[in-house]
Design a protein around this ligand. Structure first.
Ligand code: BTN
Length: 269
C-alpha cells in the first residue's frame, strides 16, 4: 500500500531534495546516491572532487542553481533555479564506452523528455537536445584516465525545465515550461532521465555501441542537413550523411567524405 502512494506523490514532486527518497524504487543497474546542493559553482567541479575522493559509480551531484555552470568548448552554462543541473559519476572500464557516452546521454535525455512531456525532442550532433531547432538541453562529458584506461567519467546534464531564460538566449534556447505551457514537476523527469541513462550506459558496457549509434541517428536533426562543422581549427561545409561507429559525424563535401570527432556543427538553411 505504500508504493502507490509514493508513486502518486512522485508524479507531482518538484522538490529535488527529495529525489533520493524515490530513486530507491528504480530498477536500475546503477545504484544512484544523491548529493543535493542548494547552490554550487558547477556540479562538474563538485563531482570531480567526489570522484577523486573515491565516490562510487552512480553518485549524482544535483544543484538547484550553479553560479559557474560550464558548457562544451569552454563556454559558460546559465543555470538559475528551476532547471535540472546534475552530474553523474561513472567508472567505465573501457575508453570505447567513454567515447560513445555523450551520444548515449543525448539519446537518454531526448527519450526521457519525449516520453515524459510528449515533446518532439531531437538531437543535434554531438548531443544538443533541441525542440524545433532551439536548444533545450546540453550534455558535457569530462573524465580522467591513467595509462590509457579511464579512471572516471563525469556526465553532466543541463536541462531547461521551469527556469526563465535570459534575453540573449531566448532565440536560440527554450525550456519545457515554455513548450508545454505550464511548470513541469522535476523529480519524476529527473528519475526518468536517470533510468534512460542507466539503460544506455548498460548497453555501452555490454558492447552494444552500434545500437546506441542507430538510436542516435533515429532521433537526429543533423543527418540530411547542410552543415558547417568547425573542428580542430578547420571549417568543413557539406551535407551530414552519417555517424560512424565511434560517434564521428560524416560530412560529404562534393565527392569527399570527412569525419568530425569534436567541435561544433551549425545547421545551415
Ligand atoms: C553544452 O554546452 O551544451 C553542455 C552543457 C552542460 C551543462 C551541465 S549543467 C550540469 C553540469 N554542470 C556543469 O557545469 N555543466 C553541466
Amino acid at each position: 500500500m505504500v508504493r502507490p502512494r509514493l508513486e502518486c506523490e512522485l508524479a507531482a514532486s518538484d522538490d529535488l531534495a527529495e529525489a533520493e527518497r524515490y530513486a530507491g524504487a528504480l530498477g536500475t543497474e546503477l545504484t544512484f546516491a544523491f548529493h543535493y546542493l542548494a547552490s554550487c559553482s558547477s556540479t562538474q567541479e563538485v563531482a570531480a572532487s567526489l570522484a577523486e575522493a573515491g565516490a562510487q559509480e552512480g553518485t549524482v551531484v544535483l544543484a538547484e542553481e550553479q553560479v559557474a555552470g560550464r558548457g562544451r568548448l569552454g563556454r559558460s552554462w546559465v543555470s538559475p533555479r528551476g532547471g535540472l543541473w546534475f552530474t553523474v559519476v561513472l567508472r567505465p572500464e573501457r575508453l570505447k564506452v567513454v567515447q560513445l557516452l555523450s551520444l548515449a546521454a543525448g539519446v537518454a535525455v531526448a527519450r526521457a523528455v519525449r516520453d515524459f512531456c510528449g515533446v518532439d525532442a531531437r538531437l543535434k550532433w554531438p548531443n544538443d537536445v533541441q525542440v524545433e531547432g532551439r536548444k533545450l538541453a546540453g550534455i558535457l562529458v569530462e573524465g580522467a584516465a591513467e595509462a590509457g584506461a579511464p579512471r572516471y567519467a563525469l556526465l553532466g546534464v543541463g536541462l531547461n525545465v521551469n527556469n526563465d531564460l535570459p534575453p540573449e538566449l531566448r532565440e536560440a534556447a527554450t525550456s519545457l515550461k515554455e513548450i508545454v505551457g505550464r511548470a513541469v514537476p522535476r523529480v519524476p523527469l529527473l528519475l526518468s532521465m536517470l533510468e534512460q541513462l542507466d539503460e544506455a550506459y548498460s548497453s555501452l558496457r555490454r558492447g552494444e555501441g552500434g545500437r546506441i549509434v542507430e538510436e542516435w541517428k533515429a532521433l537526429s536533426s543533423t543527418l540530411g542537413a547542410r552543415v558547417r562543422a568547425i573542428t580542430r581549427g578547420e571549417v568543413i561545409e557539406g551535407v551530414a550523411v552519417d555517424v560512424d561507429s565511434d560517434g564521428g559525424l560524416v560530412v560529404e563535401t562534393g565527392s569527399v567524405r570527412r569525419v568530425c570527432y569534436s567541435g561544433e556543427v551549425i545547421h545551415l538553411r
